[in-house]
Design a protein around this ligand. Structure first.
Ligand code: CUA
Length: 312
């Protein structure tokens, strides 16, 4: 019964943590509602029945009641201890990854995610096999800001900090595609810093790993798509301005620059824009892009060039 109520008000539950976290949540919520109704109800009731009556009678002088006081000390203490014990147990479970967990490296930057699987497969979407513990080893690019990785369906959330690794784990229990958000306000693109977690059967996941760790061909459509997905938080392909200039029709164009001068959009300018994004800013835009130096491989840089070329 409680399960069904929870399904109505909470997001889908797709990890091994979810059922217990939801129960703790429900326990705290139910107690809060119960006491809210009890206290507000009694306050209202007393206002009516004990309102000052005609004749201004003097009320009896009551100092204390041992039994009543014992009850309102013991009962809340027990309730709060259950909250603490239940919460602490769940927390300990969540911060202790099993030793057989599959590790995935997570790199956050303004404003996208990169997930690197053991074996080298890199993707902006997180793929994980069902019913297998997964540990995320997360960091943010050094000159970047704090982000936070959140998967509501798994009930996990943890800050991702530049210059250090934060670790979290989960065991997905349901095949499907779930939302993954950044939940730390990190600038203009924060609301677009979201992607998906794809939970797959072990067979599908294996196939994905093989496919995704294929030697990277900068003209392979799948590889190009995976690579440029990270650009889409800030650059459009339809001419509209999101944060930075649109990619549409820029190839071969001569752009005027902030501070004077101009540049032709060619292989060298695209490469420079990825490595040293704030050296040559197109007129009308502000510096703000983070360098992809050390983030993109040579093949990935070529894939971005190939993509922009193709939008001519
Ligand atoms: Cu990254 Cu908000």
């Amino acid at each position: 019964m409680i399960e069904n109520i929870l399904r109505l008000i909470l997001p889908e539950a797709a990890s091994s943590f979810a059922p217990e976290i939801d129960l703790v949540y429900f326990y705290i919520f139910a107690i809060s509602v119960f006491f809210f109704v009890l206290i507000v109800g009694l306050t209202g009731y007393f206002c009516v029945v004990y309102a000052r009556k005609d004749g201004d009678p003097i009320p009896p002088h009551i100092t204390h009641n041992k039994y009543l006081e014992t009850v309102w000390i013991v009962v809340p203490t027990v309730i709060v201890f259950i909250m603490f014990y239940w919460g602490a147990r769940g927390y300990m479970d969540m911060v202790t990854p099993p030793s057989n967990a599959r590790q995935v490296q997570v790199l956050a930057k303004r404003w996208d995610w990169t997930f690197t699987q053991t074996g080298g497969a890199k993707d902006s979407v997180l793929h994980v096999p069902v019913n297998e513990p997964v540990e995320l080893v997360m960091t943010s690019v050094l000159d970047d800001v704090i982000h936070s990785l959140y998967v509501p369906a798994f009930r996990v959330k943890l800050d991702v900090v530049p210059g250090r690794y934060s670790k979290m784990w989960f065991k997905p229990t349901k095949i499907g595609t779930y939302d993954l958000y950044c939940t730390e306000f990190c600038g203009d693109g924060h609301s677009r810093m979201k992607t998906k977690v794809v939970v797959q059967s072990p067979e599908d996941f294996k196939a994905y790993l093989v496919q995704a760790s294929k030697p990277s061909d900068p003209t392979d459509p799948e590889f190009v798509k995976r690579t440029v997905q990270q650009c889409m938080a800030c650059h459009s392909t339809d001419g509209s301005v999101v944060v930075g200039p649109s990619f549409k029709g820029v190839w071969g164009k001569t752009e005027s620059l902030e501070g004077g001068g101009s540049v032709v959009v060619d292989e060298n300018y695209v490469r420079e824009s990825l490595m040293e994004p704030n050296t040559k800013i197109v007129k009308g835009f502000k510096p703000g892009m983070v360098s992809y130096k050390g983030v993109l491989t040579e093949e990935e840089i070529l894939a971005v060039i190939h993509f922009i070329k193709g939008l001519k």
